[in-house]
Design a protein around this ligand. Structure first.
Ligand code: GAL
Length: 632
């Protein structure tokens, strides 16, 4: 999910020459003549030369969602007010004003910040009937002269022995039961209730109810032949108050112990992420969460608790999911309402990056000192990029800037230098980007056993119209500090790949660039092992269909093509390019709460009927295709 948190992709119509950022809370329709926008609402603009015939992207922290059509742009921008406009939700109290009361009353007070929570239809762990009977697989979709069936794709090439053929999920996105069994509120439990944040106004209070249905979910993927599941632990279930001096919630510990055991019993390898964007809300209330140095020790304590609890049962661990995406979100609504003093929308991302890296390094140090068995890293996101205009030095520089601000900000310190990319240090003053001491650098370098990349897509980059030099000098340039544009079309205006659902405008299927991308990851951040830790696709308009259209929903050819082409390119990457890829994880195990897109952007290889009392799951064609591909 990149939409609201960092990379806001602006779909620029063929005739538009100007893109305007608005702070207006309501929908603003901009056409080529840019009508109807009070100048007080305009907080920034860039001129797109007419040679940019189609799509570009900027990092625009104040804008959080948009849709497009051929002739106009609709931008939905974040309200600037710090007060909630929903009368049932109290505005967030000033950071530090809530006392550290670790009693049940203190927990209730934290939940009051959220307001009422939906009670799930099921409140105990469900024991499914096993084995799961798979429905008969779908017939071939296309004539064989047009597209081979999964088993006939590159039949002579095999994935290496021990390859993790997995699916992925994250606690907030699938668990539901948000207030059950002692869990504290997370920042997303709060954020999802702020006005305009979730496009369909859904919450993740119930969502897939994986918290109680995990046994069935594990059995369903095992039946498919999936041999791994990458999921996250909710910090607020283990420590409802988050803090190191606060009580551990034994029910949370026991819950994940059984989740892990269930995977092992089904021969599904559990791959565990400690943090997938859902910090305990208490830590925001106490000190401003990841924008504060206090987060470091609290995270390390949480990590140690989890390592101790599950040592020996889990082999592959991640500290953080996509830290760059997480940190860049802190400067945007609504997360910018819960920043501590001295941190603001402009520098929050980099303060967070600094503390988060220290938290990561501290957790890995503990992992090693505690002799926890297994391997540990974090999940990178994004792609390196390719120059849009070939042989254009500014575009070559634009790629370097994209790589530095995207993957490099966390990967350089951990894998290669112990320090921020030089481009970041040259651009960002120390009050934005704290510099590492020598000691800190030493502690951070080498704190990953492998490289993991959520590689959904690869695009081109180009220099801003005003030039990189001018942008870097101008702190109010809307493209500052990364000062590059992402381009999703070639020089002739053709898309880099098929479009996904309009709710995920950042995502086009780009299998043809996968091998180039993996070569770049391996060249820049070399490790003995790489995981494709997430990849996936939204079948266009799937979220608009009703449960009565199930047979149209389960037929998901674009998603199926995405997986088949990505996996076959991955095979070539392994066999022809010698890239040591040892696992691939399809996002997602099932439809889920897709952050700002709520329940409307569906990434699952299984459909979830949110109107049925038992939240019924159905396999889509893509699930069968993945399983066939694996089996052969
Ligand atoms: C990833 C994120 C997932 C999921 C996915 C699809 O960036 O880790 O949580 O949202 O994108 O957007």
């Amino acid at each position: 999910m990149y939409l609201s948190l960092s990379y806001t992709t602006l779909f620029v119509c063929l005739y538009c020459v100007e893109v305007v950022y608005s702070q207006d809370a309501s929908r603003t329709i901009l056409n080529a003549s840019r009508t109807g926008l009070p100048s007080s609402d305009v907080v920034g603009s860039i001129t797109i030369p007419t040679t940019f015939t189609s799509v570009s992207s900027v990092e625009a922290s104040s804008i959080f969602s948009l849709t497009s059509s051929a002739s106009f742009i609709i931008i939905t921008a974040a309200p600037t007010s710090t007060a909630s406009s929903n009368p049932s939700i109290a505005p967030f109290p000033p950071v530090g004003s809530i006392p550290r009361d670790y009693s049940p009353a203190g927990l209730a007070r934290l939940w009051d910040l959220i307001g009422p929570v939906e009670i799930p239809p099921i409140t105990t762990t469900v024991i499914p009937q096993t084995p799961i009977a798979l429905p008969s697989p779908p017939p071939a979709l296309y004539p064989s002269f047009f597209a081979v069936t999964p088993k006939d794709i590159l039949p002579d090439l095999k994935f290496p022995k021990g390859f993790l053929f997995g699916v992925a999920s994250a606690a907030y996105q699938v668990e539901g039961a948000v207030k059950d069994e002692g869990k504290g509120p997370s920042v997303w439990d709060w954020a999802s209730r702020q006005p305009g944040v979730i496009v369909d106004n859904s919450t993740a209070d119930v969502v897939d109810l994986h918290y109680y249905l995990y046994k069935e979910d594990v059995a369903r993927i095992a039946a498919l032949g999936v041999n791994a599941h990458s999921f996250s632990i909710s910090w607020a279930r283990i420590f409802p108050f988050g803090a190191a001096d606060s009580p551990v919630n034994q029910e949370g510990i026991d819950h994940y112990a059984d989740v892990i055991a269930t995977h092992l019993e089904s021969n599904v390898t559990p791959v565990v992420t400690l943090f997938h964007w859902d910090p305990p809300l208490a830590l925001s209330a106490y000190y401003g969460g990841f924008a504060s140095p206090n987060i470091v020790d609290d995270f390390i304590h949480y990590a140690k608790t989890v390592f101790t609890a599950y040592n020996g049962s889990v082999h592959t661990w991640y500290t953080f999911n996509e830290p760059q995406v997480f940190c860049s979100g802190l400067g945007s609504f609504p997360f910018n309402l819960i920043l501590p003093n001295g941190v603001n929308s402009s520098n929050a991302q980099f303060q967070c990056s600094y503390y988060l890296l220290k938290a990561h390094a501290g957790a890995v140090k503990a992992f090693r000192e505690m002799h926890i068995t297994g391997e540990i890293a974090f999940k990178s996101a994004d792609y390196v990029g390719m120059p849009w205009r070939t042989n254009n030095t500014e575009d070559v520089d634009a790629v370097e800037r994209h790589a530095a601000f995207g993957i490099g900000i966390f990967a350089d310190p951990v894998y290669t230098t112990g320090d921020w990319p030089q481009i970041l240090k040259d651009t960002l003053p120390p009050d934005y980007l704290p510099r590492f001491t020598q000691e800190e650098s030493k502690e951070i370098l080498g704190t990953a056993d492998f490289f993991a990349i959520d590689a959904y897509r690869t695009y081109w980059n180009t220099a801003p119209p005003e030039g990189i030099g001018a942008c870097v000098k101008n702190l109010s340039d809307p493209l500052w500090p990364s000062c590059n544009l992402e381009v999703m079309v070639d020089l002739n205006g053709w898309a880099s790949g098929p479009a996904s659902d309009p709710l995920t405008p950042w995502l086009q299927a780009t299998p043809q660039f996968l091998r180039t991308s993996f070569k770049e990851y391996h060249r820049r951040w070399p490790t003995p092992k790489i995981y494709l830790s997430e990849f996936g696709f939204t079948q266009p308009f799937e979220g608009m269909r009703t449960p009565a259209e199930l047979f149209q929903i389960t037929e998901d050819p674009e998603r199926t093509n995405y997986y088949m082409t990505y996996l076959s390119e991955l095979l070539l990457s392994i066999h022809e390019d010698g890239i040591p890829v040892e696992g691939a994880f399809a996002w997602a195990i099932m439809d889920n709460a897709e952050w700002n897109s709520g329940l409307s952007a569906r990434f699952g290889i299984q459909y979830v009927n949110y109107s049925s009392p038992n939240l019924e799951r159905s396999y889509k064609r893509s699930a069968f295709a993945l399983c066939k591909f694996m089996a052969f």
